[in-house]
Design a binder for this molecule. Structure first.
Ligand code: PMP
Length: 354
């Protein structure tokens, strides 16, 4: 090993779902939205004033922060915007999880949490989901240095009712509780309504899923003024201009088209409910998803084999080999009706062939 390698910060990185580059494929592996962003976003980009690119963007991410605040009926000082919610959550870890007590999160959850914790030397304890993949609220009542969980959880898609979310926040008033609501717009109820009541609560959301803007990288969180101030102090000590001008203006245009946003969310939800029925009739089992994906297993099918077979057919879904308890599950993102019809037909073909 070279001398300098002794001083490298060695990390095991998060591995995102693959982004295959085929002209024709059905991509159901990274929970992207199958529909385009609002036409207002497209025309904003086409007509963008190039002078905006010559200048630095607003360090406080205006006018997007103002738009988000107005949308949720909070103050600008309650909103922080970052480069996708991954950026926002990484900043939250860096800012608030500095205790020597472990932070808590579920054992089956977004697999970036332990990567950030390892990267930042934050001790953590994973709390096992129960046999039905539910979060056990009592697990989150011990001494800890912070809490994070997605609601709905990923990759299970299960939504935890707000009274249970509140119970976790209420018994942990001395530490920061992050509720990661990346998938909230597909049928969940947001904890943003609890922000006024609990200054230890931070809710993160994203434009990547329900607003079809994964490629633009826009995420945000809502919390007390104090929380947002601390978060901004860390951001400004790192990089003042995280959000580019095109992303800021795209976010504004997306929020301005609420009718389109709601229509697209409804479409995804309708397709999801139809796919659930189809999968059930084929013998698949899955928790009841309130997100834009279904986490399914089959008592008689080797799901890794099915995954590989679908892949050869250029249909991409996601498989997680760890933990062992979920290694016969596939996470299937909800695509368009046409895509899902083809997917279901291919799965039938696979079953018939065996
Ligand atoms: N949280 C969860 C639970 C996710 O699944 C994802 C998507 N990978 C994110 C946060 C981050 O999404 P983005 O950075 O695109 O906002």
């Amino acid at each position: 090993m070279m001398h300098w390698e002794n001083f490298v910060r060695k990390v095991e990185p998060y591995s995102p779902g693959e982004q295959p580059q085929f002209d024709k494929m059905i991509k159901l592996n990274t929970n992207e939205n199958p529909y385009p962003p609002s036409p207002l976003v497209c025309s904003m980009i086409q007509n963008m004033d190039m002078d905006l690119l010559r200048r630095y963007p607003s360090p406080s991410v205006e006018p997007l922060v103002g738009k988000i605040a107005e949308y949720f009926g909070v103050k600008n000082s309650n909103v922080f915007v970052g480069v996708g919610s991954d950026d926002v959550i990484a900043m939250l870890f860096m800012t608030f999880f500095g205790s020597d007590k472990p932070i808590f999160f579920p054992d089956i959850t977004y697999s970036f949490y332990d990567v950030w914790a390892d990267m930042l030397n934050i001790p953590y304890e994973k709390k096992p989901l129960d046999k039905d993949f539910l979060i056990n609220v009592d697990d989150y009542k011990g001494e800890n240095g912070g809490i994070i969980f997605p609601n709905p959880n990923a990759p299970t898609g299960i939504f935890m009712p707000l009274d249970k979310v509140e119970e976790i926040i209420a018994v942990n008033r001395d530490i920061i509780v992050i509720v990661d609501e990346a998938y909230i717009d597909f049928g969940g109820i947001s904890a943003i309504s609890l922000i006024d009541k609990y200054d230890n609560l931070v809710v993160t959301q994203t434009f990547s899923k329900s607003r079809s803007l994964a490629g633009m990288r826009i995420g945000y969180c809502i919390g007390s003024e104090k929380v947002i101030k601390y978060l901004n102090d860390v951001k400004y000590s790192f990089n003042s201009y995280t959000m580019n001008q095109c992303a800021i203006m795209s976010g504004v245009a997306s929020i301005e088209d609420d009718e389109y946003f709601k229509e697209m969310c409804d479409k995804v939800v309708k397709t999801r409910e139809w796919v659930k029925k189809e999968l059930k009739s084929l013998g698949f089992e899955f928790p009841d998803s309130k997100s834009n994906f279904i986490f399914a297993t089959h008592p008689k099918i080797d799901c890794v084999d099915l995954f590989n077979w679908l892949r050869d057919e250029r249909i991409f879904v996601r498989h997680f080999s760890k933990p062992e308890r979920i290694n016969n599950y596939l996470r299937i993102t909800v695509g368009t009706d046409d895509e899902m019809r083809t997917f279901i037909n291919k799965v039938k073909e696979y079953i018939d062939m065996r």
